[in-house]
Write a protein that binds this ligand. Structure first.
Ligand code: 6R9
Length: 657
């Protein structure tokens, strides 16, 4: 495979003196020193950090166990508690510091100190204990973005309960699958949620998901009263406020082994079923914390804001765990960037004096567009002088959006374009803002200690300047430990034999700049789409479509989209006749709604095209390459000699309008 890079970015932004002089890693020499330290004594490097940053109940003596590779174990004989590392340790030093500034959808603001958060977490943990939930149990958290979601996650961590957060935008069906796969014993949810001025149901999806069957493992449903809307109730349900009533606000943390699973988080892979990515306690927290220091250069006075929902890995590492472990003050925002208008983020940065702001390229692109039509929502309209660092995550940021974001920071703020994945636990390629020279569109260089590179399909290193597969050659503490219930899929997905079986395959294509070694990510090499920074498997959407009674066969591809990054285009063959006109429109609506119900609104195809068949090779393989070209409206000039039924292409050129 050879991937051509189209990006020839020549603009370079060196870190400003003011920033570097105060930064945790303040120069390229300092970066090199860390890099060399890791190179010379890899285990020693991570062991030093783990001793410096984490508070151990029982110190570890072994750093890395590779006996059962690729099921690596880090710090395995050590014991600690993640919640104690996020909360208890601050009680002596910063009890009255604000941990969370919560801003609701409607603009109401509530501050929570470290001490208050500690007590809330303890009290809720005591509630969970009274339901006989114990270390190792799996609990689904299905809550809107807010203080309760963080409290619920931290309370689970306090008791060694393995949480699995399901994003509030996922459907009943998705919940059902995750409950079954995780063998969850409880669900923590709320009656409803507020988003963009609307009140939406949440508990309903839990009821529907459980009603789909197979969820007998569920013993309790804890419901936070958020909206006060009417909900159905059964004897498994208990109100959050009733659960904590009269419970003590102290709760001894349960000490767990370093490798004890902290959480499962389901994410899309290249086959239909989402993967339950399993993370550890110690190694995971170590990297979440250390990246807060080195990537975000966090300082005691910073007002930090990561806009991600806790339903995604970014919300886990950079809302629930990293910022609390480091003792930061952070904004937690319930709403959406465009309500009441597209100036919401900038207005909030101005009002709360946010100094570090971390968001997704898709949000930036949508705000660029909005600001062009309504100047009152443009960042220039606000006082953003509190900002000192900007960050992005989730997908490649195009240089134009990068340059616009740079202006948001008044050309004063470094931008950290952080590349990482659910599976990596935290940043693996990113600028360190006091050291790295920034290049728009490039996530620049490996985080110190992460041995990341680009190789060919056999796992051989290739020269800089040539595109290939992004891999990580050594295990690292915050790496995925396994796919829950499916160790074979873990190996097949991430440690494939083709690459030798001992290097981690990220699933992205990448190229290193021939002179600087800077990385540019070229997108997924597998059948995974990135829609608004959210990972969606094409196979997942195809399975959902296939489950509809009208559908015989389908193929889903991504098409570049100016704001969302990629949009979903579905090619569908119906069991009946190929529909036309009004009938086609009706079926499109039905199928879009169907996918929304099966997976969630984010997975709804933007476009559906009907054919009598799909383009296939003589061996019966769907030619996705052709479908991608068709979706983009490109003429098919490439070789179609292996195509069994070329006439089909004409049908598939047309979208239902
Ligand atoms: C953290 C997160 C992971 C996939 C990843 C890649 C894409 C994430 C990126 C980026 C280019 C960046 N991705 N950050 N691509 N530049 N800075 O997003 O995790 O939801 O698991 O997605 O997202 O394709 O493989 P996750």
């Amino acid at each position: 495979m050879s991937i051509e890079s189209v990006l020839h970015e020549r603009r370079v932004f060196a870190p400003g003196k003011d920033f570097s002089s105060q930064a945790a890693v303040g120069s390229m020499e300092e970066y090199q020193r860390l890099h060399t330290e890791a190179l010379q004594d890899y285990e020693g490097f991570w062991a030093r950090l783990a001793r410096e940053l984490l508070i151990w109940h029982k110190p570890f003596t072994k750093t890395l166990n590779q006996d059962n590779a690729p099921f690596y174990k880090w710090f395995e004989d050590g014991e600690l508690n993640v919640s104690a590392n996020c909360l208890d340790k601050h009680l002596q030093t910063i009890p009255n510091k604000t941990a969370i500034i919560f801003e609701a959808d409607n603009g109401d603001v509530k501050n929570v100190t470290y001490k208050a958060l500690y007590h809330q977490v303890c009290q809720f943990a005591n509630g969970l204990k009274s339901l006989n939930l114990v270390k190792g149990d799996r609990v689904i958290i299905y809550l809107p973005m807010g203080i309760e979601a963080i409290v619920a996650m931290q309370a689970c961590a306090r008791l060694g309960i393995i949480h699995s957060v399901v994003f509030g935008g996922f459907s009943a069906k998705s919940l059902n699958e995750r409950i079954i796969d995780a063998g969850a014993v409880a669900v923590i949810t709320s009656d409803g949620q507020h988003r963009g001025g609307k009140t939406l149901p949440l508990k309903q999806a839990v009821d529907d998901g459980i009603a789909m069957g197979g969820c007998d493992s569920i013993r309790n449903i804890v419901v936070f009263k958020k909206t006060g809307q009417e909900i159905t109730w059964n004897d498994k349900c208990i109100w959050w406020h009733d659960l904590i009533a009269g419970k003590a606000d102290e709760c001894a943390p349960v000490m767990v082994e370093a490798e004890h699973p902290l959480f499962l988080l389901y994410t899309s892979g290249s086959t239909g079923k989402p993967k339950g990515v399993q993370h550890s306690s110690a190694g995971y927290l170590l990297h979440a914390m250390n990246t807060m220091r080195w990537t975000f250069d966090i300082k005691p006075d910073d007002i930090y804001w990561c806009t991600a929902d806790v339903g995604w890995i970014t919300g886990h590492s950079y809302v629930t765990y990293g910022p609390l472990a480091i003792g930061a003050t952070q904004i937690v925002f319930e709403g959406i960037p465009t309500f009441p208008n597209a100036g919401r983020f900038w207005e909030m940065i101005q009002r709360h004096k946010v100094s570090i702001f971390y968001t997704a390229p898709t949000a930036i692109r949508s705000l660029i567009k909005a600001g062009e039509t309504d100047f009152t929502t443009h960042p220039n309209h606000f006082d953003l002088s509190s900002l000192r660092l900007l960050g992005t995550v989730g997908e490649p940021i195009n240089p134009e959006a990068w340059m616009w974001y740079e202006q948001v920071g008044g050309s004063r703020c470094p931008i950290v374009d952080t590349f990482w994945q659910t599976e990596t636990g935290g940043h693996v390629i990113t600028p360190l803002p006091g050291a790295t020279k920034l290049v728009p569109g490039s996530c620049t260089l490996p985080f110190p200690g992460i041995d990341i590179d680009v190789v060919d399909e056999t796992g051989k290193e290739i020269p800089w300047g040539t595109g290939g597969l992004l891999v990580i050659k050594k295990p690292w503490p915050s790496m995925i430990r396994t796919i829950y219930n499916d160790p074979e899929r873990f190996i097949a997905s991430y440690y494939p034999a083709e690459l030798g079986g001992n290097i981690y395959l990220a699933g992205d294509g990448a190229v290193r700049d021939a002179t600087t070694g800077n990385f540019t990510i070229m997108g997924r090499i597998d059948d995974v789409l990135n829609v608004s920074g959210h990972r969606l498997g094409t196979m997942e959407i195809e399975s959902a479509l296939g489950a509809n009674h009208l559908v015989a066969e389908s193929a889903v591809v991504g098409r570049p989209h100016p704001i969302k990054g990629e949009s979903v285009v579905a090619y569908v063959v119906l069991k009946g006749k190929r529909p036309e006109g009004e009938e086609a429109k009706k079926i499109v609506t039905e199928l879009r709604e169907w996918v929304g119900k099966e997976i969630g609104p984010i997975a709804k195809p933007d476009e559906i095209r009907f054919g009598d068949n799909l383009p296939k090779t003589r061996s019966g393989k769907i030619m996705r390459r052709l479908l991608r070209s068709l979706a983009k409206g490109e003429e098919i000039s490439s070789d179609i000699s292996t195509l069994d039924n070329p006439a089909i292409l004409d049908q598939l050129k047309q979208a239902v309008s």
